[in-house]
Ligand binder design. Structure first.
Ligand code: AR6
Length: 182
């Protein structure tokens, strides 16, 4: 893993596998069924083990599907983090571009709010919606960094937000955005 600390801010950029992160919560790019999938969702369920799916099933039974932009929380099972925040990103092309931006920003905001409610201070995010869901990477990086910076400017309890990039393209996009303080 390589990492890059962004100036005075609480934002860290990491290249690597989010399942290895020793933080309070890792965020999962889930789907609204909460029943697992491919990409980072598959990696999180594989690394954390069946306890995660068990808690997702309970949430499904009690609350139904998780709407796009919303977030729920479970154990992290065998992963080194304490919790998993599951959020559902927008599928590119299913809404207008501006609505997609709003829903993606909601994923970051609602995940951070849920972390705060649960007393979690160090959070790691994958690049939500930029894999199977097809959101343009540069646009998603811009939405994500803006949403997190805005949230942090109004909250004192979160100590660190890590953007964990699995692919080089996302890492370079985030590096440019964070270096330019955008
Ligand atoms: N650590 C960090 N990032 C990862 C990892 C990992 N281990 N594995 C993949 N990524 P995707 P989405 C990156 O497709 O677009 C699932 O089936 C990957 O490079 O995981 O939100 C769900 O169940 C990409 O940049 O999520 C949903 O059905 C980013 O994670 C659907 O995919 C997101 O890619 C969600 O699609």
């Amino acid at each position: 893993m390589s990492s890059y600390l962004c100036g005075m801010e609480k934002i860290k950029l990491i290249r690597g596998d989010i399942t290895k992160m020793e933080v309070d919560a890792v965020v999962n790019a889930a789907n609204s069924s909460l029943m697992g999938g491919s990409g980072v969702d598959g990696a999180i369920h594989r690394a954390g083990g069946p306890e995660i799916l068990e808690e997702c099933r309970q949430i499904r039974a009690e609350c139904g599907k998780c709407p796009t932009g919303q977030a729920v929380i479970t154990t992290a099972g065998k992963m080194p983090s304490r919790k998993v925040v599951h959020t559902v990103g927008p599928i590119w092309g299913q809404q207008s571009e501006s609505e997609s931006d709003r829903l993606l920003a909601d994923c970051y905001r609602n995940s951070l709010s849920l972390a705060v409610k649960n007393g979690l201070k160090r959070i790691a995010f994958p690049n939500i919606s930029t894999g199977v869901y097809g959101f343009p990477k540069e646009r998603a990086a811009s939405v994500a960094t803006r949403a997190v910076k805005d949230f942090l400017s109004g909250d004192a309890s979160i100590e660190q937000v890590c953007f964990v990039c699995f692919d080089d393209e996302n890492y370079r996009l985030y590096e440019a955005l964070l270096q330019n303080n955008q």
